[in-house]
Design a protein around this ligand. Structure first.
Ligand SMILES: [Fe+2]
Length: 182
């Protein structure tokens, strides 16, 4: 599995679409949950991987508002599509453990929904990485600061454990300073 993980990490780095966000989600998963197995790690680094693949003919991306409570259809589509491309990559690398494959597919499909210990861990790692990486990029891109502040607060508040909040705190505070000061 180590070799397969290396190949996935290289694929993500080479595509360079959300690479930092996905790889750091894997990193934060291991920080908040050192017991995470390789299936969870693979799910974490591949959870948004569909964004590396353009829409295929006839494929329609459901509308996305950025507010998770309104984006159920999009989030399900996004999770399933990321699971599908992860499975393709894994099979292409010769990975054949069907039980582990099934676990990875389920974890990725459900990564935006929470509700079980593993799902919450995936969501927490995703949110910490988002606070660490993506929101700074959104600020640089000139996105609306009020909206980004709301996003920052809601991402921080939905963290499911004190440990996750502890890791996220420095990014959260830095973002709020940046978003509120000018
Ligand atoms: Fe993500």
């Amino acid at each position: 599995m180590k070799e397969v993980i290396n190949k996935l990490e290289n694929f993500i780095r080479e595509k360079n679409i959300e690479a930092e966000h996905m790889l750091r989600t894997g990193f934060w998963l291991r920080e908040i949950y050192p017991e995470a197995d390789e299936a969870m790690y693979v799910a974490a680094i591949c959870h948004d991987i569909e964004r590396c693949f353009p829409l295929r003919e006839g494929e329609v991306k459901p509308p996305k508002t950025g507010d998770d409570s309104k984006d159920g259809e999009y989030l399900l589509w996004h999770g399933k599509r990321s699971a599908e491309f992860t499975e393709k990559l894994l099979r292409g690398y010769g990975f054949e453990d069907e039980q582990v494959m099934e676990r990875i597919i389920t974890l990725i499909t459900d990564h935006s929904f929470g509700g079980s210990e593993e799902r919450d861990l995936m969501m927490d790692a995703d949110s910490i990485s988002l606070l660490e990486n993506n929101i700074l990029l959104f600020i640089k891109e000139g996105k609306d600061k009020k909206e980004l502040e709301e996003k920052t607060v809601s991402e921080f508040e939905k963290l499911s454990s004190g440990k996750a909040r502890e890791f996220a705190m420095p990014f959260y505070e830095k973002l709020l300073r940046e978003l509120r000061n000018n």
